[in-house]
Design a protein around this ligand. Sequence first.
Ligand code: KIV
Length: 288
Amino acid sequence: MAKKKAIHDFYQMKKSKEKVTWLTSYDFPTAQFAQKAGLDMILVGDSLGMCVYGYKGTIPVTMDQCILHCDAVRRGAPDTFIVGDMPFMSYQISDSKAVYNAGRFLKEADMDAIKLEGGTRVVSRIKAIVNAGILVVAHIGLTPQSTGILGGHKVQGRTAREAELVVEDALAIQAAGAHMLLVEAVPPEVTGYIAQTLSIPVFSIGAGKECDGQLLIVSDLIGQFQAFTPRFVKKYCDVATIITDAMKAYCKDVRKGNFPEEQHCYHMPEEEKQIFLTRIQDRTNHRP
Ligand code: KIV
């Protein structure tokens, strides 16, 4: 079992150009698989709203839901660096609310860090949370909690002006004290510049490979999420088909009387069976 990584390991990996592997997880068994597979980091993303609860987006997700899922994931991956994702309205209202809710991830679910969305507009939140001694991962580019303002799930930084704004966000969050940065759905040339310029580790989800590590949503990677598949996703297996086929085979077996078979039954020891059969025979004989 590899030793659990800490923040300085990710800085060291950036220095030595060793890529960091990062995946989301939302439950105990998936977290066990992630740790066994040797992932460097896990994100308990508010994407659980879509991947676990079937919501259209992340907006309805609550702090209590996030804490419950983080707690389950921590039990599944006790030796992995885990980031808890702050849901919509858990940090937007005030610095003090943001610090209180960030603290809940550590106190109630033993998270190693929190993630929040936004660049220049969340600078004071980042400073407040970092001042409370909590590791912060900032998330810029396509930020799913503000797709209303962004005009949908759109690639960010495609024009020179937009790209400059993404770079300004990245510089602002580093200056505010964020410890790591996630860039989502941004052209690789922009992410590459940011990763070279910043001293903190910079990760990509749909933002190319010129950075310090990659994040994917586990439900996309295993082919479980059915609603849509973004262009940046690589599906490594198709569990939706595997699970559906297994369920169909089970229905067929039950309907045909082929399940359960002998090996699935808990038989009585022969002696007990004979006593039981005699007793029920007596009951039948004495019935009025
Ligand atoms: O919630 C999540 O999984 C995320 C990713 C989309 C980056 O924030």
